[in-house]
Design a protein around this ligand. Structure first.
Ligand SMILES: [Cu+2]
Length: 175
């Protein structure tokens, strides 16, 4: 190998390492405080924050969009979603809906489980406002937690909810 080609190789390697480092640092991370589990009462409590980061122009939950975060709960468990809108610019809401194609443009009536939605579903909660959503995950299947403000779900503002007949414990994973 000539000195020049060795130099070129080194340049390319440095560039590739730079890109890899950049990708790693921009990947959203799961915070272990987001999910708390009470096995005796079979309750999964999930901290859901809209506009946590500026990802996707604020159209994200917990810094994730396009179903890249999945909450899994065992069938029959109680789910408590502590929802807060932290987006300084936009209103947001949250609703559990069946996974459907095409993605709904706005609120779905009724939600996948009774009461599985925040207040002001269409208008969204103002910046800094919060709401608690409580429901029983009594049907196994694949669902979405999506923002009911028109156009937000279509723009990628949704996470996955899996209600599993097999799992014994709730989990939060990236997808
Ligand atoms: Cu929204």
């Amino acid at each position: 190998m000539t000195k020049f080609s060795a130099f070129l190789g080194c340049l390319v390697l440095t560039a590739v390492q730079g890109i890899a480092a950049q990708t790693a640092s921009t990947q959203p991370q799961i915070d272990s405080n987001w999910l708390t589990v009470d096995s005796s009462s079979k309750t999964a409590t999930f901290q859901l924050t809209s506009g946590l980061t500026q990802l996707n122009g604020g159209l994200n939950f917990n810094g994730f969009n396009d179903g890249k975060l999945t909450l899994t709960v065992p069938a029959g468990w109680n789910v408590v979603i502590r929802f807060k809108n932290q987006d300084p610019n936009l209103t947001h809401s949250a609703e559990v809906v069946d996974t459907a194609k095409p993605m709904p443009a706005g609120p779905v009536d009724p939600p996948a489980f009774p009461h599985a939605m925040s207040g002001r579903l269409m208008q969204g909660l103002a910046s800094g406002d919060s709401d608690t959503i409580k429901f029983v995950a009594n049907k196994a299947g694949s669902y979405m937690i999506f923002c009911g403000v028109p156009g937000h779900g279509l723009a990628g503002m949704w996470l996955r909810l899996t209600v599993s007949p097999a799992e014994k414990r709730p989990t939060l994973t990236t997808t």
